[in-house]
Write a protein that binds this ligand. Sequence first.
Ligand SMILES: [Zn+2]
Length: 109
Amino acid sequence: MLILHCPYCGVDAEESELHAGGEAHIKRFGPGSDDDQFHDYLFMRENPKGVHFERWQHSNGCGKWFHAARCTATLEVFGTYPAQTTEPPKDIRDAITAKRPGWTWREFS
Ligand SMILES: [Zn+2]
């Protein structure tokens, strides 16, 4: 079972207490963007076997949204952090690099 630490209320929440919100750190395009950029924003998502950044809501707890870095293959969680960040914190990126040498992440907006 997936267990994620809510960075707001400090609870280690089981998957049944959470609501998945899809990929985190999606680059948004505003007015003036072309159709391809808007298409990618609406429909294109990463689906890796490995390290992934996701949005989660502590729906049966404090109700707040947060981000989680985890491995989709092993369910290993590298860390969680507030949703108001535009990129993963350095300590989480370092933890991923320590466990997955050579891993790289895409450029975050
Ligand atoms: Zn919470």
